[in-house]
Design a protein around this ligand. Structure first.
Ligand code: SF4
Length: 291
């Protein structure tokens, strides 16, 4: 089995120090919506300058290099035990090279491991087997802590918000989450919303959907319309980049549905900050392609 440790270090470097093109393009378009000389425009310009400098210098886009979340789609025959070890080794090397900041802290003993490894759960690695003729594909998302803090989960009906168990209720709680986040999630953000599941699976799904590209819409036209509507309505709140006011609070919304028990109706909102770091690495024989 091929050793991919070096390729994984490069993958982590690219993810931590450079934003995907679709995200950068959407942020650039957002600058033009802010009034010249406004605090919002200044914040957006600083964000874009920061992205350019990080790319040029191979330094992290943000000092909060986030929770590393790996999704590994492996063809039959690959050892998940060895893949896990390669990912962990690569994370340690990437931290030594300062592509990642040492941000894994034992929650009980308050000790920083110093290498971004912690127990079996940090980094978080999810494995999914695919057909033997498919390439090995690894996705990585670095989910910032500040934006993670403002994610919310609702159990509908939520009477205090007048939110029932339907899409109108989903809209109400999603807008409540944006309102409560204010600038603390490092706006402009991206909303990942999962409807259904249990508390755990719902939150996981609300992050999984953030692996999709900006502008990718749900296949159901009604859900797709709600995605667009939530982005528009969030931007009418006037919270703006980093909470400075302005036109740009949310740059995209993604919604997915799950099955639920008759007794429960959860809506989980994962808020992703502007540092929307997610990338994909595909291994085809000797060739490795980074998206
Ligand atoms: S929430 Fe995002 S932008 Fe804010 S500090 Fe964390 S990683 Fe950086």
């Amino acid at each position: 089995m091929r050793d991919l440790t070096n390729e994984l270090v490069e993958f982590i470097r690219r993810t931590s120090t450079d934003l995907p093109r679709d995200v950068e393009e959407r942020l650039k378009a957002a600058v033009e919506k802010e009034a010249p000389g406004s605090a919002a425009r200044g914040a957006m310009e600083t964000i874009l300058k920061n992205i350019e400098m990080s790319r040029a210098n191979s330094t992290p886009i943000c000092q909060d290099t986030g929770t590393p979340i790996f999704y590994v789609h492996y063809p039959e025959g690959w050892s998940t035990r060895k893949l896990r070890q390669m990912i962990r080794d690569a994370m340690e090397i990437a931290t030594k090279k300062s592509y990642m900041r040492p941000n894994a802290v034992d929650a009980i003993y308050d000790q920083n491991s110093g290498n971004n490894l912690g127990g079996d759960d940090f980094p978080y690695i999810h494995f999914e087997e695919v057909d033997a003729d498919q390439p090995l594909t690894i996705e990585l998302m670095l989910k910032g802590g500040g934006c993670e803090n403002v994610g919310r989960q609702y159990s509908l009906p939520a009477n205090d918000l007048g939110a029932g168990r339907d899409l109108a209720g989903v809209r109400k709680v999603a807008l409540d989450a944006v309102q409560k986040a204010q600038g603390q999630g490092c706006a402009p953000g991206i909303l990942g919303i999962a409807i259904g599941g249990d508390r755990g699976s719902s939150y996981v799904k609300s992050k999984e959907i953030l692996f999709g590209k900006i502008g990718e819409r749900n296949a159901d036209p009604e859900i797709a319309a709600l995605e667009e509507r939530l982005t528009d309505e969030s931007n009418q709140m006037g919270i703006g980049p980093m909470g400075f006011g302005g036109q740009t609070t949310v740059i995209d919304t993604k919604i997915t549905g799950m099955h639920r028990l008759p007794a429960s109706y959860f809506v989980s909102v994962s808020y992703m900050c502007w540092a929307y770091r997610r990338r994909k690495m595909t291994v085809m024989g000797d060739e490795v392609v980074y998206d």
